[in-house]
Design a protein around this ligand. Structure first.
Ligand SMILES: *[C@@H]1O[C@H](CO)[C@@H](O)[C@H](O)[C@H]1NC(C)=O
Ligand SMILES: *[C@@H]1O[C@H](CO)[C@@H](O)[C@H](O)[C@H]1NC(C)=O
Ligand SMILES: *[C@@H]1O[C@H](CO)[C@@H](O)[C@H](O)[C@H]1NC(C)=O
Ligand SMILES: *[C@@H]1O[C@H](CO)[C@@H](O)[C@H](O)[C@H]1NC(C)=O
Ligand SMILES: *[C@@H]1O[C@H](CO)[C@@H](O)[C@H](O)[C@H]1NC(C)=O
Length: 827
């Protein structure tokens, strides 16, 4: 099975990787499982905006005016951030003329995809104007837009210094104090560069005698205000994240792929840089770059970066999403790493690398370093020594800067390892927000967009991450292009090729019980015992302090706090099943959480094991095959998660003897003798079918891996059974699933999980449950649980939907065995 091979392969890769951060860890951590899965059909509270154009990839949120500004292909939009779909939007059509498009096509560019005006840049310029740039059919243009009138100006500015020609190129840009800081590959020749324009001192990177940037693809840039409250009078800095061809690599087994090997980088420049006077004239004097490492350095590609701070730059941290791809491209995974600004600063104050002409390779530079330290910003101590700006720096320093742009130490993630590893997923973008809970703790909440249209919402917990939920926001598998958070609107805006989507930051109401609410570990959700509901913590800001502190949350461990709460509700209604001896019955019980394990108890105490006594335990129900009178009793279905046990469903099963009525079966005498054999045959057939499905499933999985393409809605999770409750000190405890509803009032006599004294049975149901198979089919397998999502039209997903096959066989068998006789209980 590839599922089990994966961790092995990964650890193997990690073991051979140099100089990778150590990552020996339990295999369970090698693939994070989102707790909840919300498919497209179950989405709620979303809003959509879609114009007549494509590629909604540039987003700018203006919280003060409540506007979400969007740059797309051939158009700009101003949307109402409160509800982007309310129809009050403004639009600017900004397209490349047909002549421009023809010229572009003649230059050999694709007139179906590239020869349009893709808006790549949209930022606030000043109080009245926005600034925007578009690729304009390979002739970039920029314009200042009056944000009130929201119309294009009469004149445009030349854009080739500010915007890429190619719409698919990595690009990042900022406006800082009126100056434009852009990084991309410019012009037709595609030279990578970090530039400052629209500024009295325009600057760029150095190209001779060595390129400071090699074939760089830019991902992200951010201004960090390090001057604020700096005791040494430090300057603000702009950080750039990108990938580029590695010049310094080329040792050991990876030497042969040296030319094509790309690495992730972080670079920085000082905002106050004015360039040199004679040397490095109009060039950055503060450019430094360092290697960025996450999980398996040789196989990772940087996809997205976000930065979070809590008001001060001292606590600034970066989160980066990488995809891991092996040479064979058969296995794909994503990793998330965190980097603290303090560590970034330490790397940039560390040793430099130097290119040795003789051996033609980069190695650590151990010689003397001139003063002031090359690449540093102008600080108070430099000013006191007469260096008022970078133009005053000595030639020796600038000459050193020119030849030593690369730092020797790589930037390794906080705590030396990745926060999260997820296989079969390609993250394309991420954003995050620090969320302060009513108790005063702050947690970083990240939203990760995938290449196939899903959003993963995850909370950072110490050295790891917990994926609270995965949400399918696009029906068709399309890439998430951009993500922006509005705390004011409590919304996440998602830029995609086909439109913009507005998603609530939390959907706490989905959690129906106190335990469900805390198991979710969503920092935005807390259980309010006074109203008996899982509520959004931030909306309580206006309420009195008492009710805020009374909210129950346990983000750290996700299982404490509900013990004393009054939500000891009666068990779910008892359902009655009545079957004939020898028949099969399915007791459906859907586990809402992907992290829960199904547990079935008979008569309140006896735990049922899969494959024993005719029981098959699946994540979507219990199958009792070949029922015998001793199978009669009360069945309780529980979810075991994080040390807690929740009652989900209760069944009362009655197995009645087959009345010795003359059956229409012809071979009466040998029939009774044959039955065990027939049964054996069925069991064998089922086993064989299961085996076949396993083979099919693994080969399908393998093929899916080989194709590597989007797999649409299909999600697969396998949960090993071993070590499930490891690490949790909390005792397993049975808790009730529901809060007392209106009709359940006055039922206080029953304790949690009151199996011993079930409420009077409601009218029984006729079927044996097989027709009521949940749409989420999960394989019933003794060793592992696997979820195979069925497509929505009810057609089985692939040839190996075991449960469906099984149900068909059982249905058939039922018809042959059952005489036309209704259950008494159903009459
Ligand atoms: C624009 O969207 C289309 C799909 O609608 C996609 O194929 C194409 O790659 C996108 N182009 C860019 C530059 O994102
Ligand atoms: C692209 O160019 C081809 C060949 O010149 C032409 O036939 C086609 O109509 C053009 N498509 C668009 C969308 O302009
Ligand atoms: C903002 O910039 C635009 C374009 O450069 C300029 O016309 C306008 O006067 C500026 N507005 C203010 C308030 O500075
Ligand atoms: C730096 O600025 C100070 C005060 O403005 C001035 O006295 C000094 O001459 C300047 N030094 C240089 C090298 O320009
Ligand atoms: C469970 O209880 C039912 C009746 O309450 C009884 O008939 C059955 O034998 C019991 N089963 C076991 C395994 O104890």
């Amino acid at each position: 099975m590839w599922g089990s091979l994966w961790p092995l392969l990964l650890s193997l890769l990690t073991a051979t990787a140099v100089p990778g951060p150590s990552s020996r860890r339990p295999s369970r951590e090698l693939d994070a499982i989102p707790r909840m899965t919300i498919p497209y059909e179950e989405l709620s509270g979303t809003r959509h905006f879609k114009g007549r154009v494509q590629n909604y990839s540039t987003l700018l949120l203006e919280e003060d005016s409540g506007k979400l500004l969007v740059g797309a292909r051939g158009a700009l939009f101003s949307l109402n951030a409160e509800d982007i779909g309310d129809g009050t939007h403004k639009e600017i059509r900004w397209e490349a003329s047909p002549e421009m498009q023809n010229k572009c096509h003649q230059k050999g560019k694709n007139n179906q995809t590239e020869c349009f005006n893709h808006v790549r840049f949209l930022q606030r310029l000043n109080a009245t104007h926005l600034y925007t740039c578009g690729t304009h059919a390979f002739q970039p243009l920029c314009a200042a837009i009056d944000s009130e009138a929201f119309t294009l100006p009469a004149t445009f500015e030349e854009g080739k210094e500010k915007c890429p020609y190619d719409p698919a190129r990595g690009f990042t840009g900022l406006i800082i104090d009126g100056g434009l800081y852009t990084a991309t590959r410019y012009e037709f020749r595609s030279i990578p560069d970090i530039r400052r324009s629209r500024h009295p001192h325009s600057l760029r990177t150095e190209e001779a005698p060595m390129h400071w940037l090699n074939d760089a693809e830019f991902v992200f840039s951010v201004l960090v205000r390090e001057s604020e409250a700096s005791p040494v009078g430090d300057d603000d800095k702009v950080y750039y994240f990108f990938t580029e061809r590695a010049a310094e690599e080329g040792s050991g087994s990876f030497a042969q792929s040296r030319s094509s090997h790309r690495v992730a980088r972080v670079a920085r420049v000082c905002k106050g840089d004015l360039g040199g006077k004679k040397i490095l004239q109009k060039k950055w004097t503060s450019f430094l770059k360092a290697r960025l490492i996450c999980h398996i350095p040789q196989y990772e590609t940087l996809r997205g970066v976000c930065h979070l701070d809590a008001g001060t730059s001292a606590h600034t941290r970066f989160y980066a999403a990488f995809t891991l791809t092996t040479q064979w491209k058969t296995l794909e995974a994503s990793a998330i790493c965190r980097y603290d600004l303090a560590e970034v600063q330490a790397v940039f104050s560390g040793p430099y690398m130097e290119y040795q002409d003789g051996v033609r390779r980069w190695s650590r530079y151990d010689g003397g370093v001139p003063e002031p330290r090359p690449g540093s910003c102008i600080t108070d101590s430099l000013r006191s020594r007469g260096y008022n700006s970078s133009r005053d720096l000595p030639s020796m320093v600038l000459d050193f800067v020119k030849l030593h742009p690369l730092m020797a130490r790589p930037l390794i993630p906080t705590r030396g390892r990745s926060l999260l590893l997820k296989h079969s997923v390609r993250y394309t973008h991420l954003t995050g927000i620090p969320v302060t809970t009513p108790s005063g703790h702050t947690y970083d909440l990240l939203f990760l967009g995938t290449a196939d249209g899903w959003i993963h919402k995850a909370v950072v917990l110490g050295s790891g991450m917990h994926i609270i939920e995965e949400t399918q926001v696009l029906r068709e598998p399309q890439s998430v292009e951009n993500l922006v958070i509005s705390p004011t609107q409590h919304s996440l805006y998602i830029g995609t090729p086909s439109g913009v989507i507005q998603l609530p930051l939390s959907s706490c109401y989905r959690y129906r019980s106190c335990y469900d609410c805390i198991l979710a570990r969503d920092p935005y959700c807390g259980w309010d015992p006074s109203i008996c509901g899982c509520v959004v913590t931030t909306t309580l800001a206006n309420r009195c302090q008492m009710s805020r502190t009374a909210l129950i949350q346990d983000i750290e461990r996700g299982n404490r706090g509900c013990e004393g709460s009054r939500d000891t509700a009666p068990p779910p209604p008892l359902k009655t099943r009545s079957v004939l001896r020898g028949d099969d019955v399915l007791l459906p019980c859907d586990q809402p959480s992907n992290l829960a394990r199904a547990l079935w108890l008979l008569n309140g105490s006896m735990g049922l094991n899969d494959g024993q006594g005719g029981y098959r335990v699946g994540v979507d129900g219990l199958l009792v095959t070949d029922t015998q009178p001793e199978h009669s009793g009360n069945y309780g279905c529980y979810a075991e998660e994080n040390g807690l046990r929740t009652l989900l469903a209760l069944y009362s099963l009655t197995v009645r003897p087959v009345t010795p009525a003359p059956a229409p079966q012809a071979p009466a005498a040998p029939g009774s003798q044959l039955t065990p054999d027939v049964r054996l045959l069925y069991v064998l057939a089922i086993a064989a079918l299961g085996g076949l499905c396993l083979i099919l499933a693994s080969s399908l999985l393998y093929m899916a891996c080989l194709r590597g393409g989007p797999r649409g809605r299909r999600r697969k999770y396998s949960l090993g059974r071993a070590g499930r409750t490891g690490g949790s000190a909390v005792q397993l405890q049975t808790v009730s699933g529901q809060c007392p509803g209106e009709e359940d009032e006055g039922d206080d006599g029953e304790g949690p999980g009151g199996l011993e004294a079930p409420p009077p049975p409601p009218p029984a149901e006729l079927t044996n449950g097989l027709v009521a198979l949940p749409s989420r089919l999960r394989r019933m397998n003794g060793n592992s649980y696997m979820l195979l999502r069925q497509s929505d039209n009810g057609v089985a997903a692939g040839p190996c939907s075991f449960a469906e096959e099984l149900s068909r066989i059982l249905e058939k068998r039922k018809h042959t065995q059952l005489v036309e006789q209704l259950d008494e209980s159903s009459v």
